[in-house]
Design a protein around this ligand. Structure first.
Ligand SMILES: [Zn+2]
Length: 133
């Protein structure tokens, strides 16, 4: 089922770790709303700006899954506010597009070695914080 033209619920909820460990990883209503906002306000506009497929390597994580993958308890993934994005090329290109198109975001963390971009958004008071790891 699609959330927007190019993003589906399946990819926002899917996790190998959850599958292997029998974790359901089902968001509650509040988290579902956050995921929709993340996709509609940030990921889909970014997809259009980029003009190619963006792969979500980690979207929503229930608390149990987040702990298993070593995420911090306060992770925005647990709230449905964050997604890790990969493209065929360098993930820094995505960061450049987020900034150039002035897309709303709370945190953007570029993981240079692992070549993915963590993006998050909050309902309000977005900090527009850019970090490099
Ligand atoms: Zn992340």
């Amino acid at each position: 089922m699609n959330i927007s033209k190019d993003f589906t619920w399946e990819e926002m909820l899917y996790s190998d770790t959850a599958k292997v460990n029998g974790i359901k990883n089902v968001p509650e209503r509040e988290e579902r709303m956050a995921i929709e906002e993340l996709v509609k306000r940030l990921l889909q506009p970014l997809r259009l700006a980029y003009g190619g497929p963006i792969r979500i390597t980690s979207g929503y994580r229930c608390a149990e899954l987040n702990e298993l993958v070593g995420g911090v308890p306060s992770s925005q993934h647990v709230k449905g506010q964050a997604a890790d994005c990969m493209i065929r090329g360098n993930a820094s290109e995505l960061l450049g597009l987020v900034l150039a198109h002035k897309l709303p975001f709370d945190q953007a963390i570029l993981y240079r070695k692992r070549n993915f971009l963590h993006l998050s958004i909050r309902p309000e008071n977005n900090r527009e914080k850019v970090l490099f790891k």
